[in-house]
Design a protein. Structure first.
Length: 196
């Protein structure tokens, strides 16, 4: 039996999770920890646990599902990998998700519940993020914040200088310098503005 505990930063404390794992029966020496973000599974502790320690018929104990990670799609994939390895999973705060001491049929049912739950949570999180973004944009607009690139003002002498360039009196570089425009902006305005 192995335990896994994770916090997002070095300032945070693992004690609460470790205490729960020990209380469940995981030996101290079998508790693997990481102090880093759960945005992906490239964590040294977790990779050691998965790739070197866990074997078929082992049990992985975690305090909460989000201790595995923050990305629900990745958690689904990881859960599937662990089950394929023959590893049972115990989630202390959600016993209904635990696969230890269950029949193969129950494990399949639990896996389906986990996948549906994670898909639901993932979609809910995406909707929440989109809603927050939309609210933030609307609040900024009400305060007068402009989005996108600022509109370039056409210099007053633009048409005259472009005519000189087109007639060969000056180079494009000289024209851009006189107008104070960068190359991309200059050619964009040449296309947009009727200078004849």
């Amino acid at each position: 039996m192995y335990g896994y505990a994770r916090v997002s930063s070095t300032e945070q404390n693992l004690d609460r999770q470790i205490k729960a794992l020990v209380k469940y029966g995981v030996e101290d020496r079998h508790i693997i920890t990481d102090k880093m973000s759960g945005k992906n599974f490239d964590r040294p502790g977790y990779q050691t646990l998965k790739c070197q320690l866990l074997r078929s018929c082992d049990v992985l104990v975690i305090k909460e599902l989000d201790r595995l990670g923050r990305d629900y799609e990745q958690i689904k994939s990881e859960w599937h990998d662990l089950r394929q390895m023959g590893v049972d999973i115990v989630v202390l705060d959600m016993p209904i998700l635990s696969t230890a001491d269950k029949s193969d049929l129950e494990k399949t049912l639990i896996a389906n519940i986990v996948f549906e739950l994670l898909a639901y949570l993932s979609e809910k999180e995406r909707i929440k993020i989109r809603t927050r973004q939309a609210e933030g944009v609307e609040a900024a607009r009400k305060k007068g914040v402009k989005f996108g690139r600022p509109k370039v003002q056409v210099p007053t002498n633009f048409k005259d200088e472009v005519r000189k360039w087109k007639s060969g009196e000056q180079t494009a570089t000289e024209t851009m310098t006189k107008l104070g425009l960068k190359r991309t902006t200059f050619y964009k305005l040449v296309k947009e503005v009727q200078y004849v």
